[in-house]
Ligand binder design. Structure first.
Ligand code: GLC
Length: 544
């Protein structure tokens, strides 16, 4: 990075180990939670795939960064048909990622560092290698082992057509036929058969799975496809040809059905039975912020990712509208909003915002805006390094199942999953000693943790400074509203307790009166004569 120094406020964050375990009530309301995509974070055994010992060794980095908690993507026994979101055994760690003892060590070390640990739970579907699905395949049409899934006869004279017109999120029909003629439902890949949550054994088994991990000490669950477990009675046709999307305005018979809420209520009761504020965060895609807010009613889950914010363009008016709508919806049920800009399923936001130098400037500013808002924030591994999407992966290294199925909505997810660079040199830039399962661009040497550490103009140091300030100003993540100030078109100006935040989304500088003492800026900026020229695509925080 060759930018000039950006002014940064000084003052040390409390050492992670000094953070009292439960001094802050409702820690999750304003927590900064760092998403670790386990296979791409750090490789402890040199097989080219990230693992739990690798994560554990890098936990001090996350504590020092200023995260409050870490979310680990699935590391359970799995054939890896969908990066581990196809679970064959929910109580076993896949040897690819380590052992149960490694999971135990990781949780203990995290707690020693003052970090909480959230694990992923995948309740909508199992792997096709799960014992239940193997038994279902071995059973006959109408047999009891098929009842934990959605098996149906086909349509057409010989049952040769799928039972309804639903499409898989990954492309193609949501049904696969088995040799005896029955079809089974899979909203994702054929290797991910959907469970039937009307079956009592399914509910009982997931209660036991949640308890298993809570007993091991985890602080909560990220609930995969939390909006999908219940299907409309009778599995009715959609009646139109539009490809299924995870988020959209259409009401679908397999997403966001009212029946899912009873499951989340029962899990909330289960979580509340444990000490230490264990949480549930919904990966729920709902058509509107109001429907999203239903997942975080007081007796349901604690958080739900705000994908409306993630999908918002770099546009001041649109961002303001999404922020207002999101806050209004969650405030109406007394919940915090959960901001997120990137995850392992979407194009990294540097690239979404246009890529190159402009995309990076916008991404840095958007992160500062997000961190100035009330609520909890999720940071996806590598966004603190300003990593762009890798858009030129060769086809033969890709693993995303949707890449192999025509017209899949999420066909390009490998590009945001490339292992992150830790060092400027060495094998796979410090990811591990045995290369990396997806090739890293050569330009990532300069984006590594090592290269950025100590460079105040780097994105890593910008995140560190912003997270330090967020800790110093506890009012920042708390509360439930922002106070918008008058600002020229293309500029957002908002006030928060102790802080003013200005964002210039325009491609030219904008002159404004100085609202306070400059404490952090995403681009070099110096106030003169009571005014500030807000650089293009930038954000500034002001102490007030
Ligand atoms: C969620 C996960 C995604 C996975 C899908 C099916 O959307 O984030 O990675 O492919 O669920 O489990």
């Amino acid at each position: 990075m060759t930018q000039e120094l950006a002014p940064v406020v000084h003052g040390e964050a409390p050492a992670a180990a000094d953070r009292p375990e439960d001094a802050q009530t409702d820690w999750w309301r304003s927590a900064v939670i760092y998403q670790v995509y386990v296979r791409s974070f750090a490789d402890g055994d040199g097989d080219g795939v990230g693992d739990l010992p690798g994560v554990r060794a890098r936990l001090p980095y996350l504590a020092e960064l200023g995260a409050d908690a870490v979310w680990l993507t699935p590391f359970y026994a799995s054939p890896q048909a969908d990066g581990g979101y196809d679970v064959a055994d929910y109580r076993t760690v896949d040897p690819l990622f380590g052992s149960l003892a490694d999971a135990d060590d990781l949780v203990r070390t995290a707690h020693e560092l003052g970090l909480r640990v959230i694990v992923d739970i995948v309740p909508n579907h199992t792997s096709d290698r799960h014992a239940w699905f193997r038994a279902a395949l071995a059973d006959r049409h109408g047999g009891p082992d098929r009842e934990r899934y959605h098996f149906r006869p086909g349509k057409g004279v010989n049952g040769e057509l799928p039972p309804n017109d639903w499409e898989s999120v990954f492309g193609g029909p949501a049904w696969t036929r088995v040799p005896d003629g029955d079809w089974y439902l899979h909203l994702f890949a054929p290797e991910q058969p959907d469970l039937d949550w009307d079956h009592p054994e399914v509910r009982e088994e997931f209660d036991r799975i949640l308890r298993f991990w809570l007993d091991l000490g985890v602080d909560g669950f990220r609930i995969d496809v939390a909006h999908g477990m219940v299907k409309a009675p009778g599995l009715p046709d959609i009646g139109h040809q539009e490809q299924v999307t995870m988020i959209g305005s259409q009401v679908l018979p397999f997403f966001d059905q009212d029946g899912v809420h009873e499951i989340h209520r029962s899990w909330r009761r289960l979580l509340d039975g444990y000490p230490g504020q264990r949480i549930g965060v919904a990966e729920a895609w709902a058509p509107t912020p109001e429907r999203m807010a239903l997942y975080v009613r007081p007796d349901e889950l604690h958080q739900a990712f705000n994908f409306h914010f993630l999908r918002c363009d770099w546009d001041a008016a649109a961002m303001r509208a999404v922020i207002d709508e999101s806050l209004a919806a969650t405030v109406s049920v007394g919940a915090p909003t959960t901001w997120v800009l990137s995850n392992h399923d979407v194009v990294r936001h540097v690239t979404r915002y246009g890529g190159g130098a402009t995309g990076l400037r916008r991404a840095r500013a958007a992160a500062m805006l997000m961190l100035a808002l009330p609520g909890s924030v999720y940071v996806y591994q590598g966004e603190e390094l300003g990593l762009p999407e890798v858009t030129d992966l060769p086809d033969d290294v890709r693993q995303d199942p949707s890449f192999f199925r025509a017209n899949g909505q999420d066909g390009l997810r490998d590009g945001c999953r490339v292992p992150i660079p830790w060092t400027a040199g060495g094998s796979s830039y410090g990811f591990g000693s045995g290369g990396s399962w997806l090739p890293q661009p050569a330009s990532w040497a300069g984006l590594s943790v090592e290269a950025q550490t100590g460079d105040p103009a780097s994105t890593l140091e910008l995140y560190r400074a912003a997270l330090r300030l967020r800790r110093e100003l506890p009012g920042l993540g708390a509360g439930e509203s922002v106070h918008w100030q008058d600002a020229p078109e293309g500029v957002l100006a908002l006030a928060r307790p102790g802080l003013a935040c200005t964002v210039n989304t325009r491609s030219t500088p904008v002159e404004l009166p100085v609202p306070g003492r400059l404490v952090l800026s995403s681009e070099p900026a110096t106030p003169t004569g009571g005014n500030i020229r807000l650089p293009a695509h930038s954000c500034i925080w002001w102490a007030i």
